[in-house]
Design a protein around this ligand. Structure first.
Ligand code: CA
Length: 275
């Protein structure tokens, strides 16, 4: 991309992970993070109006450096952890807007990190980056709380577009409380309730339920949900949508909703039913 810094390790238009054996550590496993952009302390605000705080968790030194370079060139404040342990330390210091998470880390499965972020209910968008081009692995990541996944190799321009969509959505969804039937959603705190019982929603689940609640009583097309909750250029499996709808259904039921109010409209989409 013109004007972008060279991506260290870029090959033939794509960021590629080194083969596993090469990725085994030449770098010391100590925290290796760097600040890109103008930040001086952990994720200080105000570098630019569109700046977001991104934690890159990637053990491959070449790929990590490339990611840091392109994200910094976009104006983001970026930190880099090369192990799960380092990432936990950085997350304890400050909460980023988005974590770009490699699943194959030397000291732990990146998925465990994702599960911890969700257990702690941190308002972080998690995008998994994995070389495991296996749909079941991607679904496992989504089930574990990831909002999205990107398979290696990928082109930087595609990754940036995907991240921009995620970050834009975080800003846009800022309306106050929504209510439909017993379900209430607070967009500012990103919390949800069934009557007085709070439900713990992952970011994508919150956005999905927001769209359904906003259109309560009306049919919503699958394509509309995919476009608005994920990416207008989404070309992956729509299984992602089904997994998220199933999770939302279960959470509403666990919180005591008397009946399944998300109706599946075969060949069309879904409808959130009012009492
Ligand atoms: Ca890796």
């Amino acid at each position: 991309m013109p004007g972008r810094p060279d991506v260290h390790g870029q090959q033939a238009g794509g960021l590629r992970a080194r083969p596993r054996e090469e990725a085994a550590f030449t770098c010391p496993p100590a925290v290796r993070h760097l600040w890109a952009g103008q930040a001086r302390s952990a994720y200080p605000g105000g570098v630019s109006p569109t700046s977001s705080r991104i934690l890159v968790v990637e053990d491959d030194a070449s790929l990590g450096a490339g990611l840091i370079a392109v994200l910094a060139a976009e104006g983001h404040e970026v930190r880099w952890a090369q192990t799960a342990g380092d990432a936990r330390r950085l997350l304890a210091e400050s909460v980023p807007d988005l974590v770009l998470l490699d699943l194959g880390l030397p000291d732990d499965d990146g998925l465990n990190l994702c599960l911890e972020i969700r257990e702690q209910r941190l308002p972080i968008t998690v995008v998994v980056v994995t070389a495991r081009a296996d749909e079941s692995e991607a679904v496992r990541a989504l089930d574990g709380g990831a909002d999205d996944f990107v398979l290696k190799p990928f082109r930087p321009v595609e990754l940036l577009a995907r991240l921009r969509a995620h970050l834009r959505r975080r800003e846009v969804i800022g309306e106050p409380k929504l209510r439909a039937g017993p379900v209430r959603l607070d967009q500012r705190s990103r919390r949800g309730w069934v009557c007085d019982t709070e439900i713990t929603l992952r970011p994508k689940e919150h956005e999905l339920l927001t769209l359904l609640v906003t259109s309560a009583g009306e049919a919503v097309r699958r394509e509309q949900l995919m476009d608005q909750v994920w990416d207008e250029n989404w070309s992956g499996s729509t299984k992602t949508l089904d997994v998220h709808v199933a999770n939302v259904r279960r959470k509403l039921a666990d919180a005591g909703d008397r009946w399944d109010r998300i109706t599946t409209l075969r060949g069309f989409g879904y409808r959130f039913e009012l009492d």
